[in-house]
Design a protein around this ligand. Sequence first.
Ligand code: UGA
Length: 448
Amino acid sequence: MNLAVIGMGRVGLVAAAALADFGHHVEGVEIAPERVAALERDQMPFYEPGLQELVHKNQQAGRLTFTSELARAVRHATAIFIAVGTEERATGEPNLAPLFAVSEQIVRCTHDYKVLLIKSTVPVGTAARLRAHLAGVAPGEFDIVSNPEFLREGSAIENFLRPDRVILGGNSEKALALAREVYRPLYLLETPIMVVDHESAELIKYATNAFLAMKITFINEMATLCEATGADVHAIARAVGLDKRIGPKFLHPGPGFGGSCLPKDTRTLAEMARQHGCSLPLVESVPVSNSTICPQLISKLEEKMGTLRGKTVCVLGLAYKTETDDVRESPALEFVRLALGAGARIRAHDPLANDEAAKALAGKKNDVSFHASPFTAAEGADAVAVLTEWNEFRSLDLAELRAQMRGNLLLDARNLYDPNDARRQGFEYLGRGRGTARSSSLVASAQG
Ligand code: UGA
């Protein structure tokens, strides 16, 4: 099948490469010509494990091409995936202008039947509004299918090639049959393909992300309670997760959820409900609770150090999670901002996200330095705070780290280390709800 994917961002580029890998002919459309040129040379605009190899393989096989000419790509394609960003406006509402603009361009330049598949995350009612809007723009024959994407940064290729489910929303049998055909390679894996109405498809995406955010927030609240009671949050997570109705994934405590999706989608879901005259107090409380964690982490340091004023804190991990260079709404950056506000100087290291973090913290460059290794970042530090669960941090030589430092405080915001082991290496250890050390062998088993 000939397909076009509009927007070579994190969702669009992965979708284009994976759809080509299914055997389709895919043209990836990207407005920025320099990005197209880079993609043609197999240079990725962001880091995603396995993506470069998949793009290379499918370009070589002649199934994947890139262009900045939308009209050309659209003319050849039967189905067109739209994966443009919907980043929030200052008002907190998703910005749907790029989606509407691109869709208008598509229908203006086509004369035969096309199916538009919306991959971008959009509020309930968007497909219906878009349909009505486009009907007034051009006479072209087209249908819309809502096809939300559930891929996670860091494991996006695997998520696309072996998804838990595919959601197709719409009311045109012809378009839905064509969309099913696109995903036919997944039938072999017996992937559930759910066909629903537009509104349900749109809401499923927000409901999923808000539920995940709620699950993480729940275990983070339990970590706080464990600190007050001496219980071990990993024992709680393991036992609670063994209940099949709950499941073990997304029960790993940390510095709070971040990224470009969970925070935004939880806020949008609550706002969407308000606009429809409903209140969702549970969903509304999730970002509120999440925002209390970094201040708690700073208070923990202050309790031990008296004050952060004039102190040096080494921050290990700046990305919002492992296997990405993305720092959008990263709790690590929130931690850095709060620590700076409390008077600390920061020496930071992230295996991939130093550059992105430097851009995000450009206004603070006098008080933040970035380092190529955890050990140089730790030089002269009074405390080390580990904020991202990189594998290389798990296996860090703690004795060597400690030897670089002036102080001996280790704030392990992701519970990566065995507290007793850290103490043996000379650290004063602060984790998240670790209780007594008895069940600490269960370290880090819950994250999905
Ligand atoms: C999330 C969803 O997991 C995807 O299903 C969805 O498709 C995507 O948003 C999206 O809407 O595009 P992502 O933001 O890439 O994916 O990352 P997650 O793995 O969900 O992690 C989100 C945040 O939660 C990170 O800050 C992570 O560190 C944190 N987290 C996750 C925890 O603190 N504890 C956990 O147990 C799991």
